[in-house]
Design a protein. Structure first.
Length: 582
């Protein structure tokens, strides 16, 4: 097999630093970024060499006006993207009826999140090869095209295809949110900037649910999608033009020779990208709704093939071997996956609880998310300003914040009853947001501490990927539990109400409608009082089951994060060096 140098393999073989347990010398390449032939010599990527950096300063310096422009346009893109995560919860009933898919409503959000999560690693690698600036316009084009297609869909399949294309564009937005914070901010201000990014995500989630619930009865659901197209195009173009030229891949390498596009394309780990994407899609699909054993088994084989390909075949793996071999990084990412899965179960089913159990109007049900997401934003910003003022380990603080998240979820499960006072429910939801916002900030900074400097870029992108998985897992796993429990409760309740051994055709149709439309419980004059009692209890039990599972998952998150440890690669290398000397 040819070596990286002989084939022009242009990316740094990152398996050296962590596996060997030593720090790279100053100037060694950074985390899988495009380095041309210099990659084999261990130099930094060209697009990161263009700006001189202070030790604690940003990788790319920008002026105040340019920084505001970058921040504003990125905020708009993150905001639009995150509205698509929660907004459909409030309009899935009318949308499902228009598309004649009352039992398939969960796929409206799940398809978007699966597409986004499965493509984020590939987009991250493309950003590393072609530069982060190069992925902005293609990502925005996909998002805009997908939203326009979804707005014009006349069938469930056409709408789902539009959502999948939107998700592909959203993968680029997620990567941008992480990369630009790392590249354009210094270490002292990074905690606050992370808080602002998280605030943009959470504001979109909260406002999306409320606005979709208010506007859908007035304008219908189609304008809610096509209106995103011009907003995304304007914000994406503004972001691209605002980024410094130093974030673009140069047209020549360090020897002054032109870098051919074919050479960059050849450096992509296509097999790894395909296998990783296939693994994620199969796994999430297998857990969506009812358990599908065949895709679940196939996802295990696909994962095995991916690991073999990355370790044995790929010269430039899509996930570097040093990252795959780092216990601290992988366990931290897994912990974030579990945390975000639990968090999204709160975000998705809080409006449903208010709508179906508490009889709140659609707008009021969606606005409950404002409380938890306001807490999320304030928690992240406050801890970034008050505590995260340095690089280093935040091990104890992170575990304490995770314990707080677990307690709030467990308490929510305990009070998810029809007679719980609304102010208590909203207060606990808000506290959950505060604890989660704090924990996410600690997680990123602690992950940077656990990462080798040469893989910092990739590990942060990987963290974003696992966080994206959380949204998919929250809808897939949570949706599976929710729909199974709700169907069982509705069937049992109507059987007891009718006094018959099995449901008639009218009852089966009613169960299907209630599964896809929580607003029918109290609105639309569909249910008689006794039927409504069955539906309310069914929704309360189903949501309680989801949150009980989320609380158990949060306990596992604490265990995973605790096992990740607090020792940085530099400290580990020094320890081994002292042991060798002794």
């Amino acid at each position: 097999m040819a070596t990286a140098r002989s084939t022009g393999a242009e990316l740094l073989p990152e398996h050296t630093a962590l596996l060997a347990g030593h720090e790279p010398h100053p100037g060694e390449a950074s985390s899988g970024t495009w380095t041309d032939d210099a990659g084999a010599q261990g130099r930094e990527p060209l697009w990161r060499q263009t700006a001189a950096r202070a030790p604690d300063g940003p990788n790319h310096a920008v002026g105040f006006a340019r920084g505001v422009a970058v921040g504003f346009n990125l905020f708009v893109l993150i905001f639009i993207h995150s509205t698509n995560m929660s907004g459909l919860t409030m309009i899935q009933g009318p949308l499902a009826n228009d598309l004649n898919a009352p039992t398939l409503a969960m796929w409206f959000t799940t398809s978007y999140l699966i597409s986004m999560s499965s493509l984020t690693p590939l987009v991250g690698r493309l950003a590393a090869i072609f530069s982060p600036r190069a992925v902005v316009l293609p990502s925005i084009a996909l998002f805009a095209l997908g939203s326009l297609s979804a707005s014009q869909a006349r069938s469930f399949g056409a709408f789902l295809m539009g959502r999948i294309v939107m998700g592909a564009g959203a993968a680029g937005i997620v990567v941008m949110a992480v990369v630009f914070v790392i590249e354009l901010t210094g270490k002292r201000s990074r905690g606050v900037m992370i808080g602002f990014v998280n605030a943009a995500f959470t504001m979109g989630v909260s406002v999306g649910a409320a606005v979709y619930g208010v506007l859908q009865p007035v304008v219908g659901w189609r304008p809610l999608f096509w209106f995103q197209t011009p907003l995304a195009v304007i914000a994406g173009t503004g972001l691209y033009l605002s980024l410094p030229d130093s974030m673009s891949s140069p047209s020549t390498d360090q020897d002054g020779k032109a870098t051919p596009l074919s050479r960059k394309l050849a450096s992509i780990d296509y097999l790894g990208a395909i296998l990783l994407t296939l693994t994620i899609v199969l796994f999430l699909y297998s857990l969506a709704g009812d358990i599908h054993p065949v895709p679940l088994i196939l996802s295990a084989f696909s994962l095995l093939a991916f690991v073999i390909a990355e370790f044995r075949l790929a010269s430039n793996p899509i996930i570097p071997l040093s990252v795959l071999s780092s216990r601290g990084v992988l366990l931290s990412c897994i912990a974030q996956l579990g945390l975000l899965t639990a968090r999204w179960s709160i975000l998705f089913y809080t409006p449903v609880f208010m709508l179906a159990v508490r009889a709140a109007p659609a707008a009021a049900a969606g606005s409950v998310l404002i409380a938890t997401n306001l807490g999320f934003s304030l928690g992240g910003l406050a801890i970034g300003w008050l505590h995260i003022r340095r690089a280093g380990s935040y091990y104890s603080a992170q575990l304490l914040s995770l314990a707080s998240v677990t307690l709030t979820i467990a308490f929510l499960a305990a009070i998810s009853r029809p007679n719980t006072p609304s102010f208590i429910f909203v207060a606990i939801v808000c506290l959950n947001g505060i604890a989660t916002g704090i924990s996410l900030n600690y997680a990123l900074v602690h992950l940077l501490h656990l990462s080798h400097p040469s893989t910092e870029y990739v590990t942060t992108s990987l963290l974003a990927t696992f966080r994206g998985f959380g949204g998919s897992f929250g809808t897939s796993l949570g949706g599976g539990i929710f729909y199974r429990v709700l169907r069982d409760r509705l069937v049992d309740g109507f059987l007891a109400l009718d006094g018959t051994p099995e449901l008639g055709s009218a009852r089966r149709k009613l169960v299907d409608r209630l599964l896809g439309s929580p607003d029918l419980v109290w609105h639309g004059d569909v249910l008689a009082p006794r039927e409504r009692h069955v539906a309310v209890d069914g929704y309360a039990d189903a949501i309680k089951a989801v949150w009980q599972a989320a609380a158990v998952l949060a306990l596992l998150v604490i265990a995973a994060q605790a096992a990740a440890g607090w020792t940085s690669p530099r400290e580990e290398a020094e320890r081994r060096h002292h042991e060798d000397e002794e």
